[in-house]
Ligand binder design. Sequence first.
Ligand code: AP5
Ligand code: MG
Length: 215
Amino acid sequence: MNIILLGPPGAGKGTQAQRLVEKHGMRQLSTGDMLRAAVSAGTPTGLEAKSVMARGELVSDDLVSALIGDELDAMAPGSGAIFDGYPRTASQAHSLDVILEARGRTLDHVIELDVNEDALVERITGRFTCAACGKGYHDVFERPRVDGTCDKCGGHEFKRRPDDNANTVRTRMAEYRAKTAPILPIYEARGIVARVDGMADMDAVTAAIEAVLAR
Ligand code: AP5
Ligand code: MG
């Protein structure tokens, strides 16, 4: 199964993708995570992306589509993919069609996380992740069971994203509204969009997504 999780910054794409990975053994393909890894490693891709991401704007379509193609090529043909934060423009949506077709894959569901933008700044500015395993947390909504220790791997180091500040978040939301939300009709015309209430608590969102996958 191949699915897209679609929603603005802080909607819960990464949170829900991690849960699907654990439950179904699917693979999370987050272009944001791939780009952050490239920035940390100082690769040419990272150098190109760093300042664009810091401003909250979108990096080039060709660059992210190439990353997605490479990741899919590294996956076992039968394993499912969760596209998290990709596609984000009409051009990326077209590229994804080409990329999937070339690999004999089809898109099963586009799950739109429907959220109230006013709540997202609080979600984003409270977010942190385990530096070792990447598990996501929130200062208020999802704290580690033992303060300072990762529930998943026992790590003690946590990090915050440089683009998770109130200023950049506004630009990221504007980019979503202008360039990403308009791709929904492409998938609505194919009858594969399911809308899930992203304002519900995390477990309820997970249950709603599971119900879509079981259809
Ligand atoms: P990316 O990393 O994709 O960031 P984003 O789209 O802005 O989304 P986020 O990761 O901020 O939100 P999320 O929906 O994953 O929320 P999360 O689950 O963490 O992209 C970053 C940048 O990279 C872009 O700005 C761009 O520059 C570049 N980029 C990436 N992909 C690109 C592409 N395809 N094309 C061009 N450029 C690209 O949840 C947030 C917080 O809320 C967490 O702390 C979580 O614990 C909490 N939370 C989650 N769900 C709930 C809930 N139901 N209730 C309460 N709290 C919750
Ligand atoms: Mg994310």
